[in-house]
Design a protein around this ligand. Structure first.
Ligand SMILES: Nc1ncnc2c1ncn2[C@@H]1O[C@H](COP(=O)(O)OP(=O)(O)OP(=O)(O)O)[C@@H](O)[C@H]1O
Ligand SMILES: [Mg+2]
Length: 311
């Protein structure tokens, strides 16, 4: 089974309000709700690719209820720990007249040590050898920076594969645990290895250092430039296909979902890289955080050229 772990989910509302004014009553022309947070986005992308998976993590309050029922409606299995604090609500107000976007975000919960402990136990009880566990996104208040290290250690002890996609201190602290796969973008890669993000060869060098240090496969994504896949000294580069970009929001999450899907179906490295790049690009070609289905991704993957990087 594939599990996604979202410790800091968000209930995302998008309101379309022409001529939005502060200090006045505004009426929305359109309201959209999306269960959000990076691991949850990976779950949705996996579902769109036709891969069943279980969304796990922490949920609280009415925002938590809304997320859980929306995921269930999409046919995604859920196994969240309920916490006392309220899950974040992020509201985006889009004004089509001015072209402006206003963000209204709630602070999110403070997680207690007991709640975190209960989540660790829950994850330990559901993960088995051969499973893939994806850890994605930021951490809520109260959760120590090295939480992913501890959870990855536990998964490894059960012979489950782990995929890590986070940033900053949480990424740095997790590397010791030797995740199976790491998916940094160029900014995240720079948190752990200095490099010039503008120079592709430098990204390859930094990803190689990270892979040699951790023993992990590193899939370093470079937005519209594509991605490199590194294991030890071996490196493959795939250029992203030319597409009409609609929204790059969630492109990285679609890529992580494709990576997990390719890994579980035993794809060889070059095919896995082409498939993952195609999934990212398919998502970038679609509006909002939507992503491509298996047909879209396989079609696009045929246009992705992949070659070994020498040196
Ligand atoms: N402008 C683009 N054109 C074509 N493909 C793109 C574009 N932007 C992203 N992609 C595809 O999506 C993949 C992941 O994108 P990116 O490197 O931006 O991830 P990320 O920064 O982790 O994104 P996220 O914000 O979702 O976390 C890229 O490797 C590429 O395949
Ligand atoms: Mg990302």
């Amino acid at each position: 089974m594939i599990f996604t772990v979202t410790l800091n989910p968000a209930a995302d509302y998008t309101l379309t309000i022409p001529n939005f004014r502060t200090g006045e009553v505004n009426r929305a022309q359109e309201v959209r709700f999306d269960p959000g947070g990076k691991g949850i986005n990976v779950s949705k992308a996996l579902q769109t690719l036709g891969m069943s998976n279980v969304a796990m993590g922490l949920l609280g309050g009415s925002a938590g209820d809304a997320i859980e029922s929306a995921l269930k409606e999409m046919g995604i299995e859920t196994d969240f720990l309920r916490i006392a604090g309220a899950t974040r609500t992020n509201t985006k107000v889009i004004d089509p007249e001015s072209g402006e976007t206003t963000d209204l975000n709630t602070p999110g919960p403070e997680v207690t040590a007991e709640e975190l402990d209960a989540f660790k136990k829950k994850l330990k009880s559901v993960v088995h050898g051969g499973d893939t566990v994806i850890f994605s996104g930021s951490l809520p208040a109260g959760v120590p920076e090295d939480i992913y290290r501890e959870l990855i250690h536990m998964c490894r002890s059960k012979a489950a594969k782990t995929i890590l996609d986070t940033s900053g201190a949480a990424l740095k602290a997790a590397l010791d645990a030797k995740p199976y796969f790491i998916k940094p973008n160029t900014d995240e890669l720079r948190t752990v290895v200095e490099h010039d993000p503008e120079v592709a060869q430098e990204v390859v060098r930094a990803a190689r250092v990270l892979s040699l240090e951790t023993g992990a496969y590193v899939l370093a994504s470079m937005g519209g430039e594509g991605a490199v896949l590194i294991k030890g000294r071996q490196a493959l580069y795939a250029k992203a296909p030319e597409i009409v970009v609609h929204s790059t929001v969630g492109a990285g999450d679609a890529m992580v979902a494709a990576l997990a899907a390719a890994e579980t179906s035993g794809m060889e490295e070059a095919d896995l890289l082409r498939f993952a790049v195609a999934a990212g690009s398919a998502a970038a070609a679609m509006p909002g955080s939507s992503c491509g289905d298996i047909g879209d991704v396989l079609n696009l993957a045929e246009r992705v050229i992949c070659a070994p990087v020498l040196g």
